[in-house]
Design a protein around this ligand. Structure first.
Ligand SMILES: [Zn+2]
Length: 246
């Protein structure tokens, strides 16, 4: 167990914004190990991992001290910053294989989602569109491997609620994964149906909304083309949210 340091991130972030560098030290100690584990999944050598972690903290603390950055939870912000760095470094070094680990990290196991490696970018984009609470629960349970019981206190939920939230978040990720593959519509009439297409393909729309999308797609060749691609992509994903409860 780490020594108790109960002051919430929000208070320490506010202190750091006000110029209290001791708060930076406490935030650093609190988040160092989880971030190193995260970075370890993306870096090839320990030296690269440590560089990533150091650079991530430096950037985030600079932003916070300048008055920006997160207000309450630091970790998701650290992780996104880390991920952006990985992307940039990866591009610089043509090390595209770094992307390959993202589905495992962000989406709960390449096996479960059965994603091809080239889909890593899409998964990450989808993950970034999720509500913060979903990202947090996915991260804590899937990427960091926390059990619902371990994760529950930090989310202020019961373990059962964590399981339920994680299940919704995983299904949300699948819908978002499809949705980020939907191209912008040029025709204004296509915009609304396209906005709901990921959820529609996953069977997550209400019957009324689903009928509206289906009717549009039936009469719109370009949306039909998009739909065909999504149906194909959806085949790689687990069938439905309901099946996950088993
Ligand atoms: Zn259309």
């Amino acid at each position: 167990m780490e020594p108790a340091d109960d002051e919430p991130d929000a208070a320490l972030l506010a202190a750091l914004r006000a110029g209290d560098l001791d708060a930076a030290g406490r935030l650093f100690r609190r988040h160092l190990e989880p971030l190193r584990r995260t970075a370890g999944a993306w870096a090839r050598q320990p030296a690269e991992r440590d560089d990533l972690v150091a650079e991530t903290f430096a950037r985030v603390f600079t932003i916070v001290r300048a008055g920006g950055g997160p207000q309450d939870e630091l970790r998701p912000y650290l992780v996104v910053t880390l991920r952006n760095l990985v992307a940039r470094w990866s591009r610089q070094r043509s090390r595209v294989e770094l992307w390959a680990t993202v589905p495992e990290a962000a989406a709960g196991g390449a096996d479960e989602l059965a994603l091809h490696r080239s889909n890593a970018r899409l998964v990450w984009s989808a993950y970034c569109t999720l509500p913060g609470r979903w990202r947090t629960v996915l991260w804590r349970t899937e990427a960091e491997g926390g059990t619902p019981t371990e994760v529950a206190p930090s989310l202020g939920l019961s373990p059962n609620s964590v399981s339920a939230l994680a299940m919704r978040a995983r299904e949300g990720l699948r819908q978002a994964y499809l949705q980020v593959q939907v191209p912008e519509a040029e025709d204004p009439g296509c915009r609304e149906p396209r906005r709901r297409m990921g959820a529609w393909i996953r069977g997550a729309l209400s019957p009324r909304r689903a009928a509206i999308v289906a009717e549009h797609v039936a009469g719109c060749p370009s949306c039909r083309l998009v739909t065909r691609g999504l149906v194909e992509a959806n085949r790689e994903l687990p069938g439905s949210a309901a099946r996950l409860t088993g």
